[in-house]
Write a protein that binds this ligand. Structure first.
Ligand code: 5GP
Length: 212
């Protein structure tokens, strides 16, 4: 095993208001970098017609979810409206130990819960839209939505943006390729952090050994 395979993986928590390009960027990251995979949450809500088990979510009955929660098998979980959502712990821990990274497409509350559960593993990135006008244009893109729905979406976006200072990095998404390149640079630097290079202590010890 080469020394750079012995790093600990990281948890990339990506948040943004809807309409800022987060899902596109998340998709670009996992498609272009085999070392990072998207975390699939568990939920008790019913699948929507286009959703598939294990792709968007792990769909499960409430009893199963509650049993997992009571056994501590979620890194974090929350009740959203009437349904439970949670991040299964085992796949995340296995990936980090194997030197692979995990991407979380989460809102500010999810990012905060992950940071509380694993403070030294989480890298938080917030994506901002380039302007108020552009955000509104993107939220209005579906012409059939009523003004009331659009206003509610704008208010939710403002509530999400209010948490931008809780993140390690903040990127303004003016150009999706440039923003992707910035994310790649963040990942490259964060992967090299001393605390993630599990092989370093033994390596340095070897450097200092007499006749080594
Ligand atoms: P939806 O049902 O529309 O897919 O998601 C509803 C809400 O659940 C969203 O606000 C989403 O951020 C949140 N959510 C999805 N997965 C998780 C999770 O693993 N943990 C938490 N805390 N929230 C989640």
């Amino acid at each position: 095993m080469s020394s750079d395979e012995q790093r600990r993986g990281l948890m990339l928590a990506l948040s943004s208001p809807s309409g800022a390009g987060k899902s596109t960027l998340a998709k670009m990251l996992v498609q272009r970098d085999a070392a990072i995979a998207l975390s699939i949450s568990a939920t008790t809500r019913a699948p929507r017609p286009a959703e598939r088990e294990g792709r968007e979510y792990h769909f499960m009955a409430r009893e199963e979810f509650e049993a997992m929660a009571s056994r501590g098998e979620f890194l974090e979980w929350a009740l959203v409206f009437d349904n439970f959502y949670g991040t299964p712990r085992a796949p995340v821990e296995a990936a980090l130990a194997a030197g692979r990274d995990v991407l979380f497409d989460v809102d500010w509350q999810g990012a905060r819960a992950l940071r509380a559960a694993a403070p030294s593993d989480v890298v938080g990135v917030f994506i901002l839209p380039p302007s108020h006008g552009e955000l509104e244009r993107r939220l209005r893109a579906r012409a059939e939505d009523s003004e009331e729905v659009i206003q509610r979406r704008m208010a939710r976006s403002a509530g999400e943006i209010a948490h931008w200072e809780e993140y390690d990095y903040v990127l303004v998404n003016r150009d999706v390729e440039a923003t992707h390149a910035a994310l790649v640079a963040i990942l490259a630097a964060e992967r090299l952090k001393r605390g993630r290079q599990s092989w370093l202590p033994a390596f340095v010890e070897g450097l200092l050994k007499d006749g080594g």
